[in-house]
Design a protein around this ligand. Sequence first.
Ligand code: SF4
Ligand code: SF4
Length: 476
Amino acid sequence: MKRIENWRRTVARTFKGHVPGQVIIQITDRCNASCPQCGMHKEARFARATLADDDIRRIIDYAGKHSVQAMSFTGGEPLLMLDTLADLLRHAGSAGIRYLRTGTNGFFFRNPEAPDFLDRVKRVAHTLANTPLRNLWISLDSALPEVHEQMRGFSGIMRGIERALPIFHDAGIYPAANLGMSRMLHGNATLDLTPAQFSSRREYLEAFHDAFSTGLRTFYDNAIELGFTMSNVCYPMSIDRDSSSNGLEAVYEAAAENRIVAFDREEKGALFRALLDVVPEYRAKIRIFTPCASLYALRQYYEHGIKTQYPCRGGYDFFFISAQDGDTYPCGYRGTRNLGKFWGLRETLLDPEPLCTMCDWECFRDPSELIGPLSDLVRRPWRVTWYMLQDPVYPRLWLRDLRYFRACQYFDGRTAPDHRRMAPFIPGTGKSSSLDTLALQTRAGLAVSNSKAMLTRSIYHKILIAIISSISELII
Ligand code: SF4
Ligand code: SF4
C-alpha cells in the first residue's frame, strides 16, 4: 500500500515539475581501504562519524512520505555495519521505497583460499538477500586486477570476487562492477600519458582517447570473465580545495585532489568520447547502466562547449545526507548549501528548478539526463520537441537508452540478465544499426544537420510509446 501511495504522490508531483526523488545517505565515513583517490581512505586523519540509527529511520520515514523512490546507503564502507544496514534496508522497503542500493569495497573477499571464505561470503550474501535491496555494487578501480588490489590495499580480492559471485547469484543478488574512473584505468598505459610525449595537443588527445578506450574494453572483458552481469561507471570527481575556483566544496570526501582523478576539460571530452565509443560495444554482453545520452551530453559540453538542456536535479529532487553532521545537502559537492535535517526540509530551501552543471557526479547527472526529457514531455512538450529538433542525435540516443533499459529490466539486481532481450544491442545489428551509424557520425564530429529530417513524427510517437510503457513497467 505504501508503495502505491508513494507512486501516487510521485505522479502528482510530476505535474509540478518534479521527478521521483533520490536520497543518498552516507551512513558512515569509516573505511578500511586505502584508495589514494579518496579522502576517506583508512589513513586519512579526520574525526570519523556514523549516523545514529534513529536518525536514519527518521530520514527514511520522511522520504517514504515524500515521493522518494530511490535510496542509496553509502559510506565509507557500508558493509562494516552489515546487520544494521540490513535492518535499515528492510525499514526502507516497508516505507515504500523501491529502488534500494548499497555498495562495498569488497573487503570480505580477501583471502579467498582461507578455510572460512565460503562461510564469510555466504553470510554477507544471505543477509543482504533477506532484505528488499535491489542493487549491490562492488567498486573496482582499474581494469587490471593487480592495480585495483594495490590501490584498495586488499590482496587476493579479485580471485575472491570470482569465487564469490556464483554464491551471490545463487542467493538472488547480481552485483554490479562499479568502475571508479581514473588515470589508473589501464595501469601505466593510462597513467603515464602526458602531453609532453606528443608533438601537438591534438595528437595527445587522440592517444589519450585510444588508451582509455583500450582500458575500458579490458575492463568490460575482465568484468564479464569474472562473472559480473552488470556494470556502471563513476565519472572522475576531483574537487579543488579552493572552492572559489569552481564553486564546489565537498562534504562527500570521495572527491579528492589527487592527480589520478584530475582531468582538464579536453581530457574529459576525450574520456567521454571513449566511453561513448566503447559502452555500446558491450551492451549486449553485460548490463551497463551508463546512458549514452548522458555521455553524449557530457562530451558535447567538454568538446564543444554546448551545455546540456537537462541540468542536475541535485538540490531539487535529489539529496545527499552527510555522516559528519546528519544534515542534507543538494549533493556531496555543494557543501556550502546546508539544507538542515531531511525531515525538516522545506520547499523554499530547494533550488527553484534544476540548474546545476558544476560537476559530473554520475549518481545525479545520469538520472537527471534520463528523466529530464520525461519531465518536459509531461509539462512542456513544446520545449522537448524544440530541443529534439535542435539536436536530433540526443533524442535518438536517449530513446535507445530507454529501449536498452527495458531490455535490462531496469537493472534489477535481483534477477539474472535476459540475454535474448539484450541481443538486439549488438552494434551493427537489429534496430540499433542506424543509431550506431549516427553515433559513429557524432564520434567523428560530423555535423548532422541533415539528420533533422530523420526526426519524423513517427520517431516522436515511438518516444511517447516507449515512455508510457516504461513508466507503466516501473510502477508495476
Ligand atoms: S573509495 Fe570507498 S573504499 Fe576507497 S577509501 Fe573511499 S570510501 Fe573507502
Ligand atoms: S551537478 Fe549535481 S552533483 Fe554536481 S555539484 Fe551540481 S548539484 Fe551537485
